[in-house]
Design a protein around this ligand. Structure first.
Ligand code: SAM
Length: 172
């Protein structure tokens, strides 16, 4: 692991299994990390961008991809995407000690920043798919996407030993 890179994990593979049939022109992997999902998206989308708030992680990415941008959410991007995926830092934590996993209070603080950014980057007929968990207040996340005007539904769940992973889809 280099520069605190988050290695592909259960939540990464959970998203991967559920997006393998997604196709289109443009896709964004928000919080690209190792680049595992970004590289997967390159197979089915002609233009793929990965963003991450951690510059070191992007610089030394394990699964190398092009079009990497260091920013919060999609703040630096002026284009809109057919598909945006995000393996959120969703853990409910008092402080943000690890940007890869810590979501802040109720696991909402960092996801909120990401949602506020993403809302400007989804095409009218596009979709935003994110993973969260029973360890966070995931209903609060879902309610917030709806407050932003998105239609949101849970599309898959996966029970692990300590938590249940929840995959959510939001559309304009
Ligand atoms: C749980 S890891 C997921 C990494 C990779 N996508 C995967 O699925 O294995 C979350 C990633 O989001 C990044 N991140 C955290 N907060 C962010 C933000 N506000 N904007 C962009 N990226 C962020 C972290 O640096 C980390 O690489």
């Amino acid at each position: 692991m280099k520069n605190d890179e988050y290695p592909p994990s259960e939540d990464t593979f959970f998203i991967a299994d559920n997006i393998e049939n997604e196709k289109g022109e443009s896709a964004l992997d928000l919080g690209s990390g190792s680049g595992y999902l970004t590289k997967l998206l390159v197979e089915n989308f002609s233009f793929v961008v990965g963003t991450d708030i951690n510059y070191g992680v992007l610089k030394h990415q394990t699964y190398k991809t092009k079009n990497l941008v260091c920013c919060n959410g999609s703040d630096a991007l002026k284009i809109k995407f057919d598909l945006i995926v995000c393996n959120l830092p969703y853990l409910a934590t008092d402080e943000i000690l690890d940007v890869a996993t810590d979501g802040g209070a109720e696991g909402f603080e960092i996801p909120k920043k990401i949602f506020d950014s993403v809302i400007n980057s989804i095409k009218e007929n596009g979709k935003f798919i994110f993973v969260t968990s029973s360890l966070s207040n995931y209903q609060k996340l879902i309610d917030y996407t709806q407050k932003l005007g998105l239609k949101t539904r849970i599309i898959a769940k996966k029970k692990l030993f300590f938590e249940e992973l929840i995959l959510v889809e939001s559309t304009p």
